[in-house]
Every structure is written in structure tokens, then in C-alpha cells.
Design a protein around this ligand. Structure first.
Ligand code: PLP
Length: 518
């Protein structure tokens, strides 16, 4: 950094190393560059752009809209701005850098072929308002992907437009609500087991249902007896995550689905973890009525990147008539028709309506279809097999140094769950997770699921090699040993990252979103 920074900003020299051995003039540590805030780098007296002088411009036309003061914007040149963001980007961790074991997010390698296909101008540059006859190829992609999702899940129909997993949950519940309304049935309770993803109860509440919790059994699955005992004329349905958030397959799903149907309700399955069962289990065979699929987990594009997402919802025969607009349909002449509001009354009269302005996430559709076609039926089956194998390899390689709460219940699915049981007094999951940053890894999902104390949810995914997993396991073993032995240095980790341990609660509760020069 510039030592003659006009704002007086100085890097905290030696901040990163308690012994101060790597103090440098700039605060940079070799190629790990320090970076100030944009406002600290630039100031309002400078500008990177040459504007014409404003003195002789008549601002009276702006009336009261004219600014009384200069805007407090940092003046920076283009190279200064580019460097700022490039430096910040180098402080990010990414799936293209290393193992990203964030449980439930399926942070797997994104095949470059899928990226190439998504960037083809015929897909990347289409506009949603183009006349339908000019985008037949793009609509063909949506239609073909829809057929594949129906095939892979053994379901009857699919709503392609929802733009994320949680959006898909909402779509499924709105279908259930529309189906109940069509029957004049006032049921309004959704049962959600403790082993379900956190978005499930949130979605049910958002859709206007009353949410009731169903406990988990000691082996981490839905308590089937408790659930079936609660069924009755007020229960609209259940939302079950399968595989669930403990990384376990809900073996009783068919029994539960039959009981729910017999009691007049519907079965929503959270299928975000479909990558663990694709090619092996068809939710349609298990009695599911609606299930979202996270294209941005199972079918390439890692989840943790902040978007875009895509959460198509497959529907049973009972719920398909209520699915949202628009959708595609192949005509006898081979062309593809987009069924929108103007055709809805004759072609899809019971639809609950529309979830988003246009047709869904085109870029995600092309990536997912490229992923499915390039893997083929045998390849997709291998994806789920390898994902489960890798997770079990992690589980069994660490269960002698880390408590695996459901380890004795048999193999896990696509993710391995550990707890902080056995750590020295005063040490918890957070310490191990921060130590993992020093080891060069993004931490796993922590303190979730809530059914386990100090949960650590590790999802290695199928795209990690044995060598990559062994190195990760080595780092985890070393950190587990330190946490069990009570190594004090672990309590203040990370030591080697650009910043030390932050007060994350304060940052979340009182975020400073506006820069004020002090
Ligand atoms: C990721 C995930 C979701 C939510 O998906 P978003 O795309 O983030 O909305 C829901 N359920 C489970 C089990 C998930 O893993």
C-alpha cells in the first residue's frame, strides 16, 4: 500500500503474526496484498474522470433537486479501481482453488464444458421478450431439461421457473394450497421434522401455513410414529428433506407418504440433496407430490457463490394441474409453445399463477442440460455413488478423532456429520473451523443441523480426488487433536489469514453499511 496515503490510512503492520516477524513497510505479505476500503484509497478532491467544468452550467432547472453538497464519493482512476477489486478478489476462497467442504451446498467442480455451452451467444444473448419463433432453440433446452428432470425423478410434471431451492419450496407449497382450495379443503398445518432444512419451516410459514415440528429419532431420522400420530383433518402436508440435514436417507419416506395420503394430505420433499441419490432413487416411486431440485448443486454450478440459482419443482399427477405459468409444450409440428396467461384458461386453467417475470434462469438450464447429457445415465448414477463414497471416506477416516453422532447408524449419504463432543473444556466447533482457514480451506458448515451439539457438516462432493481428500483429512485430524488437547493457539485462529478472528455476531447484528470518515 501507498505509505503517503492522503487519508492517513496505515496498514496495521505485523497484525497477522503475533511475533511480528513478517512486518513489512506496506503491510503486504509477499503476494498477499493488504487492501484498504475504497473510501480510504480515494478522496473527493481527486477524480479519475475528466468532467467539463460546471461553473457556467445553469443548475436552476434542477430546482430543489440540485445538490447542496458534493457527494462523498472516492475519486479513483480506472487502474486504481481495477486493482482494488482485483486485490479483494484474491482474498476470496473459491471452488477452483481447493476443497470447499460446505455441507448441504454441494460445492463441486463446475465442468468447463457446461460453462462453454452456457456462454454460447445463442443461449447467452437471447432476450426474454424476443418473439417465440426466434428462440425455439432456447425453449427446446428448457423443454428437454424438463423431460430429463421428470425422467430422473419419476414424477408427472415440472415447474421450471423457480429461481432457487427455497423459491421452489414456495412453488410446491402454493401448488398444495391451490389443490386444497380447489377441493374447498381448509387444512392449514404443515408438519416439518427436525431433520429438515431450515428453509422448510420458513417457507411453510411464508406460504401462510401453520408449522408444527416433528421430533427426530436418536438415529437422526424423522420419528415416523410421532409424525403419523399427528396426521389428521387439519394437516395439509409434510415437508421432508431427503437425504436429510444429518446426511441420512429417510428410509420411511414411502411409509410416511402413504400415511399422509391416506389422511388427505400432500408430501413435499426437499430434494436439494438430490446429488446423493440421482440415478438410484426416484422420488416419484416414494410417493412424493412435489420436490424442488437445486440445479445449482446437483447439476453443476456450486451453491455458495451467491447465485444465480435455479430450483425447478417436479410435481405428481395430483399437483401438476396447479403448477405455475409459464411452461413449454412441444407441438405436433415439432415447434415449442410457451403457455402463458393468454392460453392458460384453456390449457392450464387451475394454475396458481406466476412465480417470476420470465421463464427461469436460462444460464442454469443450459449448464444443467449440458451436465446431464455429458454424464449420461451411467455417469449420473456414478455421480451419486462417488459423492456418497467420498463422504463415507471422510466419516470413517475421522471418526476416531471426531465424534460422529450418527456414525454407528451405518453409512452416511453425501455428507459427514461430526460434533464437538470430546474437545477440551472451552473449545468448540468455531475454533476448529477457524483453524481450517489457516490450513487453507474454506470451513465446513458449522452449528447446523441444530439437532447436534456444535455440528460440523462436511460435504466433500464427488469431484475431489483421493489425494485431495487425504490432505483435507490430515488437516482435520491435526485440528481435532489440537482441539482435544486444548491448544490455546487454536482459540485465536486464524493466524495466517488477512484478518484475525472477527466478532461475527456484532458484524451480523450491527453491520456498518455506510462509510463515515472518522
Ligand atoms: C441449499 C438447500 C436449500 C435452499 O436452496 P437455495 O437455492 O439456497 O434457496 C434447501 N434445502 C436444502 C436441503 C438445501 O441444501
Amino acid at each position: 500500500m501507498n505509505a503517503i496515503n492522503p487519508t492517513g490510512w496505515r496498514p496495521s503492520i505485523g497484525e497477522n503474526t503475533p511475533d511480528g516477524t513478517s512486518q513489512t513497510f506496506t503491510g503486504n505479505r509477499a503476494l498477499q496484498l493488504e487492501e484498504a476500503l475504497l473510501f480510504e484509497l480515494g478522496n473527493a478532491d481527486r477524480s479519475g474522470v475528466d468532467f467539463p467544468a460546471t461553473d457556467d452550467i445553469d443548475l436552476s432547472a434542477l430546482g430543489p433537486m440540485a445538490r447542496a453538497e458534493r457527494p462523498d464519493l472516492p475519486g479513483l482512476s480506472e487502474p486504481e479501481t481495477v486493482r482494488h477489486y482485483t486485490r479483494l478478489s484474491r482474498q476470496n476462497y473459491a471452488i477452483d482453488l481447493g476443497v470447499f467442504p460446505l455441507g448441504s451446498c454441494t460445492m463441486k467442480h463446475n465442468p468447463r464444458l457446461d460453462e462453454k455451452v452456457a456462454r454460447m451467444p445463442g443461449f447467452a444473448d437471447v432476450h426474454p421478450l424476443q418473439p417465440v419463433q426466434t428462440v425455439q432453440g432456447a425453449l427446446g433446452v428448457i423443454n428437454e431439461l424438463a423431460q430429463w428432470l421428470i425422467e430422473l425423478t419419476g414424477m408427472h410434471g415440472v415447474a421450471m421457473t423457480p429461481k432457487a431451492g427455497a423459491h421452489g419450496e414456495l412453488c410446491g407449497l402454493l401448488c398444495i394450497r391451490a389443490a386444497l382450495e380447489a377441493k374447498g379443503d381448509p387444512r392449514d398445518v404443515i408438519l416439518v421434522p427436525e431433520s429438515a432444512h431450515g428453509t422448510n419451516p420458513a417457507t411453510a410459514a411464508f406460504a401462510g401455513f401453520k408449522v408444527e415440528n416433528i421430533p427426530a429419532t436418536p438415529d437422526g431420522r424423522v420419528d415416523t410414529a410421532a409424525l403419523t400420530a399427528r396426521l389428521g383433518p387439519d394437516v395439509a402436508g409434510v415437508m421432508i428433506t431427503n437425504p436429510n440435514t444429518c446426511g441420512l436417507f429417510e428410509r420411511d419416506l414411502k411409509i410416511i407418504a402413504d400415511a399422509v395420503h391416506a389422511a388427505g394430505g400432500y408430501v413435499y420433499c426437499d430434494g436439494a440433496n438430490f446429488n446423493a441419490i440421482v440415478g438410484r432413487v426416484r422420488p416419484g416411486d416414494l410417493g412424493v407430490d412435489a420436490m424442488h431440485i437445486n440445479l445449482h448443486k446437483t447439476f453443476s454450478t456450486p451453491h455458495g457463490g451467491g447465485g444465480p440459482g435455479s430450483g425447478p419443482v417436479v410435481l405428481s399427477e395430483a399437483l401438476s394441474p396447479f403448477g405455475p405459468l409459464p411452461f413449454t409444450a412441444r407441438q405436433v409440428d415439432g415447434s415449442i409453445k410457451l403457455i402463458e396467461e393468454e392460453h392458460a384458461h384453456e390449457e392450464h386453467p387451475q394454475t396458481f399463477g406466476r412465480m417470476c417475470a420470465f421463464h427461469g434462469q436460462m444460464g442454469m438450464f443450459t449448464r444443467a442440460l449440458a451436465y446431464i447429457l455429458s454424464h449420461g445415465a451411467d455417469g449420473l448414477r456414478q455421480v451419486s455413488g462417488d459423492a456418497v463414497l467420498n463422504a463415507n471416506y471422510v466419516l470413517r477416516s475421522l471418526d476416531d478423532v471426531l465424534d460422529a453422532p450418527f456414525g454407528s447408524a451405518g453409512p452416511c449419504m453425501h455428507e459427514a456429520l461430526f460434533s464437538d463432543d470430546g474437545f477440551a473444556e472451552g473449545f468448540s466447533t468455531n475454533d476448529l473451523a477457524k483453524g481450517l482457514i489457516d490450513e487453507g480451506y474454506h470451513p465446513m458448515t458449522v452449528y447446523f443441523p441444530l439437532v447436534v451439539h456444535g455440528a460440523m457438516l462436511v460435504e466433500p462432493t464427488e469431484t475431489e480426488s483421493r489425494a485431495g481428500l487425504d490432505q483435507f483429512i490430515g488437516a482435520m485430524r491435526s485440528l481435532a487433536d489440537r482441539a482435544r488437547a486444548g491448544d490455546e493457539r487454536l482459540k485465536s485462529a486464524p493466524h495466517l489469514a488477512p484478518r484475525r478472528r472477527l466478532d461475527e455476531t456484532l458484524a451480523a447484528r450491527k453491520p456498518k453499511l455506510v462509510y463515515k470518515e472518522s
